[in-house]
Design a protein around this ligand. Sequence first.
Ligand code: NCD
Length: 304
Amino acid sequence: MAPRSLLDVDDLSPDELVSVLDRAVAFRRDLPPRDLLAGVPVLNLFFEASTRTATSFTIAEQRVGADIITFAPGTSSLGKGETIADTALTLRGIGVRVIVVRHHESGFARRLADVFDGNVVNAGDGTHAHPTQALLDLMTLRQEFGRFDGLRVAIVGDILHSRVARSNIVGMRALGIDVTLVGPATLLPHDFAASGVRVERDFDAVLPHMDAVMMLRIQRERIEVGLLPSLDDYTQRYQLNRARLRSLRSDAVILHPGPYNRGVELTDDVLDDPRSRYVAQVHNGVFVRMAVLDHLVNGVPVPA
Ligand code: NCD
């Protein structure tokens, strides 16, 4: 059997997804034995900037006892004309068994997985997918509400350029969450409705009905000139701020994958609000990544 990879959330069946989340919760309760991935060489290959994801993977790898290799890909031979297949062959020959990869090109993780005889974990590829972020968001929602089915979640902002939104749409739909996307037409084309979610322009009309809202930053680095909306107009219509917090239910929660831009998609009030779950999200991220590594490498069922 070919080694398994996690390129997007739908590489896991809904049952496997829940089993990975159960495993992450078990690890959060009691850290697993440190030898879960003992002696397994894991390479962190981040071609794109990352603070929380790279750190979180490294801590997760340490806690399961992997042998961690991290290098700056600027110095890799991919930049010297070596093909991805040859690089993959070399890395496997040296002994690398798991590659955690982030790349600016959508589909890069799949290209690597196609030629690497080991496990690939996608830590974000272009605007395509970021499955471990979606898993940690799902873990945070389940921690809060104890269920998925019928939960109403709005994802707000620059959906077009967001791999976090795309992976969350896949995962949330698989688990029966009712997803509403909110944003201006330039950052949220109507085609998204084809993925079985609602597309709305009016944040104020949506907000009071939600169990959770996920705010996204505007991904300036991926936006072509002209697409960027006027910031004044954007903040007026889509910023979560003190006034809008009043129409969010008292038992609702606010998520953000980070990095957040204070004064753009949210104000300081949001981060200080007791409904904000940003810290729980990053905390859960470590356990989700431990569970993903364990699932891919060991595949053992979660103990009852
Ligand atoms: C995101 C990413 O890199 O995709 N951050 C993260 O990994 N938590 C979102 C972003 O860059 O806005």
